[in-house]
Design a protein around this ligand. Structure first.
Ligand SMILES: NC(=O)C1=CN([C@@H]2O[C@H](COP(=O)(O)OP(=O)(O)OC[C@H]3O[C@@H](n4cnc5c(N)ncnc54)[C@H](OP(=O)(O)O)[C@@H]3O)[C@@H](O)[C@H]2O)C=CC1
Ligand SMILES: O=C1O[C@H](COP(=O)(O)O)[C@@H](O)[C@H](O)[C@H]1O
Length: 479
């Protein structure tokens, strides 16, 4: 890597401490970021030494393999500038930049537009000869279609689309990347990856966490905006996309957009067949007693924000017509369990009842472990002819593999200029388009309540075809 500068705006915040700095520290330890200078920028009037101490503490708490000797080398990369998000104050960064410089907006989302403008006005969006300038934007990108479009316009005043890297950290997760590799680097899957052989797809991201310290943000966002619009829509489009003609960033993103464009539009009339929302009430998780969402500190009294959202999406194309895709995510559920589960259709020929042990499933497990499971029927040992379900498990990593965290992966991609794992504006736009009728319908009314520590609201069953069942979160997870 040639001399490069990474400026983190919002360097005093939680994301910087918990995720960005630990990722940068590990990349440095692996020797993957030689010549990288990291400049923190925030409104606190800190000295460089103070910032160093702040990051030192953060790494001791959040970097799993923290080593004092490594820290001594890493800290030399750090620098700090204090100031507001205004062009005249940002100008103090000028002498710290390299020809290759990247600005990371680790800021509250309402400040993304203003920060991009101020950086542009300071002249930082103009790539110098022989160098480049990039802008990394955290999620969420807008709160609905109109605000996302307005933010894009504002950013495009100074920045070209090619310079903007919109983060969705799920695209940096190993299982997400493995989904592409597994689908397109194995010969056997493609012929059966279609409506003729697949009955349904369930994408679940279940969390035991509640709203935690994020009440102000979450109570305005809700599960649909926080998880479905971005992360789960990405998992969905990667599962359903056509094989790309190349692994070029634009081709991959074209294919993902094509999936979103093919979703059968949800309308005001059909919302209830396509979407269910829930909110956790008091309950127990193991022996822990948990309060309901409305009693969480910082949540508006009587809030109707959903902490669980489930969708039924249908894709109207040759490959997928007739296959429902069920997506759901929620907080305070029975366990931390996440997967993409693909169910195959019944075998066409007659088989003895005793042999039939259920349809095949292929499961891309994301949490608690990363693994691919193929559920098949095999003969039960014994003199009687009977079948039983068997799982062929392919753990994603072997003990010798070193796994990368999502932020390590995405920072490397961003610094290397690979845009494949970042969202192009039309992906964001189409995800908002698909969900707009749901957002509108949910402006009124109340979510269905579910006890903390449960599988979510019972009403989620109404999204399913009569012969489908939601896979159990509690049975599968680690909760
Ligand atoms: N934290 C997380 O786990 C994750 C966060 N994100 C995203 O990362 C971004 C940052 O989140 P997070 O770090 O948690 O947020 P924090 O609120 O912890 O930090 C935000 C940063 O922005 C600064 N800031 C706030 N208001 C202003 C202002 N008016 N002018 C200048 N600077 C300001 C804060 O400075 P000060 O400390 O002085 O207020 C702080 O440095 C968000 O977009 C979030 O959605 C994404 C995934 C996970
Ligand atoms: O973006 C978000 O993701 C997390 C879940 O992702 P994980 O990688 O931390 O498991 C979610 O808890 C949070 O609400 C959401 O903002």
């Amino acid at each position: 890597m040639t001399a490069t500068t990474l400026v983190i705006l919002g360097a005093s915040g939680d994301l910087t401490q918990r995720l960005l700095m630990p990722a940068l520290y590990r990349l440095h330890a692996l020797g993957l970021t030689p010549g990288l200078r990291i400049v923190g920028y925030a409104k606190e009037a800190w000295s460089r030494e103070y910032f160093e101490r702040h990051i030192h503490k953060a790494l001791q708490a959040f970097a799993p393999d923290f080593k004092p000797a490594q820290w001594n080398r890493f800290r030399r990369q750090l620098d700090y500038v204090g100031g507001e998000l205004q062009a005249d104050q940002l100008a103090a960064l000028k002498d710290k930049l390299s020809p290759a410089s990247m600005f990371y907006l680790a800021l509250p989302p309402p400040l993304f537009g203003m920060a991009a403008t101020a950086l542009g006005e300071a002249g930082f969006s103009n790539s110098p000869r022989g160098g480049w300038r990039r802008l990394v934007v955290e999620k969420p990108f807008g709160t609905d279609l109109a605000s996302a479009e307005a933010l894009r316009e504002q950013m495009h005043t100074h920045w070209e689309e090619e310079q903007i890297l919109r983060i969705d950290h799920f695209l940096g997760k190993e299982t997400t990347q493995n989904l592409m590799v597994f689908r397109f680097a194995n010969r056997f899957l493609e012929p059966i990856w279609n409506t003729q052989h697949i009955a349904q797809v369930q994408i679940t991201y279940a969390e035991t966490l509640g709203v935690e310290q994020r009440a102000a943000y979450y109570d305005k966002a809700g599960a649909l905006r926080d998880m479905l619009q971005n992360h789960l829509m990405q998992l969905f489009s990667l599962t359903a996309m056509e094989p790309p003609s190349s692994w070029d960033a634009e081709v991959l993103r074209d294919h993902k957009v094509e999936v979103l464009r093919s979703v059968v539009p949800i309308t005001a009339k059909t919302v209830n067949q396509h979407a269910v929302r829930g909110q956790y009430r008091a309950g127990t998780l193991g022996r822990k007693k948990l309060v309901g969402y409305r009693s969480e500190p910082g949540i508006k009294r009587g809030s109707d924000t959903e902490t669980f959202a489930a969708l039924r999406l249908e894709v109207d194309n040759w490959r997928w017509r007739g296959v429902p895709f069920y997506l759901r995510s929620g907080k305070r559920l029975a366990s931390n369990y996440s997967e993409i589960a693909v169910q195959f259709r019944e075998v066409p020929g007659p088989i003895p009842h005793a042999v039939h042990a259920g349809n095949n499933w292929m499961i891309f497990r994301i949490r608690p472990i990363e693994c691919m499971d193929l559920l098949v029927t095999a003969k039960q040992p014994g003199v009687k002819l009977a079948g039983r379900p068997v799982t062929l498990a392919a753990p994603y990593a072997t003990p010798n593999d070193r796994e990368f965290s999502a932020y390590e992966q995405l920072l490397m991609d961003a610094l290397g200029g690979d845009r494949s794992n970042f969202l192009r504006f039309d992906e964001v736009e189409w995800a908002w388009k698909v969900l707009t009728p749901v957002l509108e319908a949910w402006e009124k009314g109340t979510p269905d309540f579910y006890p903390s520590g449960s599988e979510g609201p019972e009403t989620q069953a109404r999204l399913l075809d009569p012969d489908h069942h939601w896979r159990s979160i509690a049975r599968n997870g680690d909760g």
